[in-house]
Design a protein around this ligand. Structure first.
Ligand code: IPE
Ligand code: IPE
Ligand code: MG
Ligand code: MG
Ligand code: MG
Length: 323
């Protein structure tokens, strides 16, 4: 269904929104001291990245806004949705940067290359990287607490703050990272029989929770009803799983130049991934299944096709990306 829509310039769509995100991120990180701490924070937040999570948050907000504000000219609808969701989209990119800094530390994945350049701790040292991560973990809550937009109810904002904390905590990203490290014996030992559901349970937390929150928060801030929230969240879960399967595949097959991070490190660290458990072919097959599942969820969502095009393109991006 979505393939039959009029031409949609996805690259232009991304480029317009990315510049808003980059500009706002720079404003949020314009502090001056302690100078090295701020420099370290800026290094990781403003130093590239696809901005997939921010794009998902904005696209979800735009899709919902367009559906609930019928009759508004497209440009006004998009700019109102942006006003309500941009702080949250930036907050998500900031915590994501924190998760990458910590993930690369010697006590975790011990990676020295990220986004095509030295990892944060290789430039600023382990202690400063840890502290920059800490500061980047709390800044998003300050940003959200201070967010005001016409018609935005405080109860919605509170809901968003609570859900962000949940997506990051023991039930979410940190819990997933814990399981990831327990399975390599780096954080105690987790003796379990690994099957698809356990593997995907870990992925749902370490990567999926923040991706799901990205879509959920954009939708919630734009005033989505319960049914739409549930449907888009389900779609985001599928995207989140696909995203990590693709990450595992790229680690096994890509190059440092294309990936911007060190390939082959999952096998070297005995990480449990789709590829290590089931091999490249089954991982690729699972990715295709997830793409079809995600497409079907959007097709059946009942939201207008024009509103869904960016989200549909983002699923394809997550599945077919090269970095
Ligand atoms: C990398 O995420 C970390 C994982 C969750 C696998 P991204 O691939 O989205 O990283 P950037 O932001 O584009 O660098
Ligand atoms: C990291 O997963 C997920 C988070 C940062 C929360 P990976 O360890 O696979 O990510 P990369 O491959 O280093 O980007
Ligand atoms: Mg890791
Ligand atoms: Mg890693
Ligand atoms: Mg990886």
């Amino acid at each position: 269904m979505l393939d039959t829509c009029p031409a949609f310039d996805f690259q232009q769509y991304l480029s317009d929104r990315r510049s808003c995100v980059e500009e706002r991120l720079a404003q949020y990180l314009n502090g001056s001291e302690p100078a090295t701490l701020l420099e370290s924070m800026r290094y990781s937040v403003l130093g590239g990245g696809k901005r997939l999570r921010a794009m998902l948050c904005l696209a979800a907000a735009e899709a919902v806004w367009q559906t609930t504000h019928k009759g508004l000219p497209a440009a006004s609808s998009a700019s109102q949705a942006l006003e309500v969701a941009l702080p949250c989209a930036c907050a998500i990119e900031i915590v994501h940067a924190m998760s990458l800094i910590h993930d690369d530390l010697p006590v975790m994945d011990n990676d020295d290359f990220r986004r095509g350049r030295p990892a944060n701790h290789k430039v600023f040292g382990d202690a400063m990287a840890l502290l920059a991560g800490d500061a980047l973990l709390v800044l998003p809550f300050e940003i959200l607490a201070q967010h005001r937009a016409p018609g935005l109810e405080p109860s919605i904002l509170l809901d968003v703050v609570a859900k962000l904390a949940a997506a990051l905590g023991a039930e979410g990203l940190v819990g997933g990272q814990t399981i990831d490290l327990q399975l390599t014996g780096q954080a105690g030992n987790l003796q379990v029989d690994l099957d698809v559901s356990r593997l995907e349970g870990m992925h749902r937390r370490k990567t999926g929770a923040l991706l799901r929150f990205s879509v959920w928060s954009g939708s919630r801030l734009a005033g989505a009803d319960r049914e739409t929230l549930a449907m888009l969240s389900r779609w985001a879960e599928v995207l989140g799983l696909a995203f990590q399967v693709r990450d595992d595949l790229l680690d096994a097959t890509s190059t440092r130049e294309v990936l911007g991070k060190t390939p082959g490190k999952d096998a070297a660290a005995n990480k449990i991934t789709w590829v290590s458990l089931f091999g490249l072919d089954r991982a690729q097959q699972r990715l295709q299944e997830l793409e079809l599942e995600g497409k079907a969820l959007l097709t059946d969502s009942g939201l207008p096709i024009s509103a869904l095009q960016p989200l549909d393109a983002m699923l394809a991006w997550a599945v077919h990306r090269h970095n």
